[in-house]
Design a protein around this ligand. Structure first.
Ligand SMILES: [Zn+2]
Length: 104
């Protein structure tokens, strides 16, 4: 789709994959696709949808920007987690990210 764009992004919150229950931590880097959410804006600010792939099982989960709250919201495929920001990133994460990046 023309309004899809590839981007490098940092996960803005810790989430748990609904498919494999794997955790992904805030600050982890992902290659993502993003698109404008058609017909939706808040006070003229475009809302974006971001397609991430689980770093464990590669299932897609989506976040969207939430300009009303200056935040992001999980839209589908994952569950937001709190209080996981201080855990260290697993070494295995990078390997799976490379695999995911190769598919883009
Ligand atoms: Zn997963």
């Amino acid at each position: 789709m023309e309004n899809h764009r590839l981007a490098r992004a940092v996960l803005p919150m810790s989430v748990r994959c609904d498919t494999c229950q794997g955790h992904m931590l805030k600050g982890a880097k992902f290659n993502i696709r993003k698109e404008e959410v058609a017909g939706e804006a808040h006070l003229g600010i475009q809302i974006w949808r971001f397609y991430f792939r689980c770093s464990h099982c590669l299932a897609v989960f989506t976040l969207r920007s939430d300009p009303k709250n200056s935040d992001f919201a999980v839209e589908a495929g994952a569950t937001r987690q709190k209080n996981l920001e201080l855990e260290p990133l697993g070494a295995a994460l990078d390997e799976v990210q490379v695999a995911a990046a190769a598919q883009v």
